[in-house]
Design a binder for this molecule. Structure first.
Ligand code: TYD
Ligand code: MG
Length: 445
């Protein structure tokens, strides 16, 4: 008697519930159900002070230095992060490795999988050399069951694989639909913030980088980690698309090996080859560092519609560069033009435009780009080459790769030790492709 009973109720409307739910049956709000004291419904929320709390400054290592770096120095407690990537890229593997490391460091984690069964996750853990008996697992298909398990266990981290396989049964609708995904994510955010639990959830994105429905999810979470790469090659890139607690743009590189993901230094993997027609070296920024990466192009006589196809490059930028070259006199006409990045990396830095243009010009003319050269600059619709940020880091990469001729936007600084070719218009960077062919050449003589 006189005892305070712990009940679950909605923060918004005060509706009391016997069982946790992601969506309030009273008012329909998502993520508002929390533990409170029984008694009057619709009681006012407890007031808090703004006393300084150093929780945002505490960083917990995930045991993967690259992941810590991308997070801005480790995981901030009660962070909600979305690990987004294409199917097969390695999201489940990365999440499991993080969970294993944190658990080994004495921070209990709960792995909720709706994608794979307990048996499958346990087999994967075994293959990765992870002691499965020290990990906690719950089937991650129904949101209330996952949250109840997490509430009972109070882990440091709740890992959810994936947000699309989770659903709130009371809301109707199929899992993976936009409102289910949004609602479940909102509910997890509410849970993380009220209980002080960190949540990392995986989310599938399609080839175009669309978060299959829940693009809108990005605003709800603290951190968006984008996991990228070519699923066929072993190379993977992790970057922060959004980070409430740290610098954006930091990148970590991994290799998918038989024993899971291993951090690597990309400088060794992406070193440009030498002197083939159709190849040119770009100096993209990956986070704060520069890289020397070979861009390749293939131009083939086409009939009907001109195809533009890329792997590792941004298709729209590639099309734009092709159109600019075409109107500047390098007639691509109906030719099919293919673009790729050596080593399976993905470049979305606009300052790679000039290297793309050089690779295409080299392919058309069947003339190799100048020996040990690199190209930097974004190309505008008029063909004018715009300055690129981070020139210092780009040039360091060129220096490390032994490149000495650099085609750079007019006005670029810090070119000591290089043979610089400042260019204002894209065609000025392509004069070596000599007697510019006015059309796509026929078969080689
Ligand atoms: P996975 O983590 O399942 O990708 P996602 O969750 O993003 O869909 O892993 C993708 C692929 O990686 C899978 O096809 C098998 C491969 N793989 C390895 O090559 N080595 C390994 O150690 C593991 C666990 C997976
Ligand atoms: Mg998976």
């Amino acid at each position: 008697m006189g005892k305070v009973r712990t009940v679950l109720s909605c923060r918004d409307c005060g509706q009391q519930l016997a069982r946790w739910a992601g969506r309030c049956p009273g008012c329909g709000a998502w993520g508002t159900i929390e533990e409170g004291r029984g008694g009057l419904a619709a009681s006012a929320p407890a007031l808090e002070t703004l006393a300084h709390d150093d929780a945002d400054e505490r960083r917990i290592s995930t045991g993967l230095p690259g992941v810590d770096r991308v997070l801005g120095g480790g995981l901030v407690p009660s962070t909600v992060a979305l690990l987004a990537g294409e199917p097969g890229i390695g999201k489940s593997t990365l999440l499991l490795q993080m969970v294993a490391n944190l658990s080994a460091a004495g921070l209990p984690c709960l792995f909720a999988s709706g994608e794979e069964s307990r048996r499958q996750v346990s087999a994967r853990a075994h293959r990765l050399g992870i002691e499965g008996s020290s990990l906690s697992f719950v089937t991650g298909r129904e949101l209330p069951a996952v949250v109840e398990a997490a509430r009972a266990m109070r882990p440091f981290l709740l890992a959810v694989d994936s947000i699309q396989s989770l659903r709130e049964p009371s809301a109707g609708q199929v899992p993976g639909g936009p409102s289910q995904v949004r609602g479940c994510a909102d509910a997890l955010v509410g849970f993380a913030k009220s209980e002080g639990v960190s949540v990392v959830m995986t989310g599938h994105v399609t080839k175009d980088g669309d978060l299959a429905g829940p693009r809108a999810l990005e605003h709800a979470v603290d951190v968006v980690l984008a996991f990228d790469g070519d699923p066929r090659s072993g190379l993977r890139m992790l970057s922060a698309g959004k980070n409430r607690f740290g610098a954006e743009g930091e990148v970590a590189w991994f290799e998918m090996s038989g024993a899971g993901l291993r951090e690597i230094d990309p400088a060794h993997l992406l070193l440009p080859g030498g002197g083939e027609p159709g190849a040119a070296t770009a100096l993209p920024l990956a986070g704060r560092r520069g890289l020397a990466v070979e861009v390749q192009a293939l131009v083939a006589g086409g009939e009907g519609t001109a195809r533009r196809q890329v792997s590792g490059l941004d298709l729209r930028r590639f099309q734009l560069v092709g159109a600019v070259l075409d109107s500047a006199g390098l007639r691509l006409g109906r030719a099919d033009v293919f673009g790729a990045v050596a080593g399976g990396a993905r470049l979305d830095d606009p300052a790679c435009d000039l290297a793309v243009a050089a690779a295409v010009a080299s392919a058309v003319a069947r003339v190799p780009a100048p020996t040990a050269s690199a190209f930097v600059g974004e190309i505008g619709l008029t063909g004018v080459v715009r300055p690129a940020p981070g020139m210092g880091a780009r040039l360091s990469a060129a220096r490390a790769a032994g490149l000495h001729t650099v085609f750079v936007p007019e006005g670029a600084q810090g070119l000591e030790g290089f043979r610089p070719v400042p260019v204002r218009h894209v065609m000025q960077a392509l004069t070596w492709a000599a007697a510019r062919p006015t059309s796509v050449p026929g078969p080689p003589p």
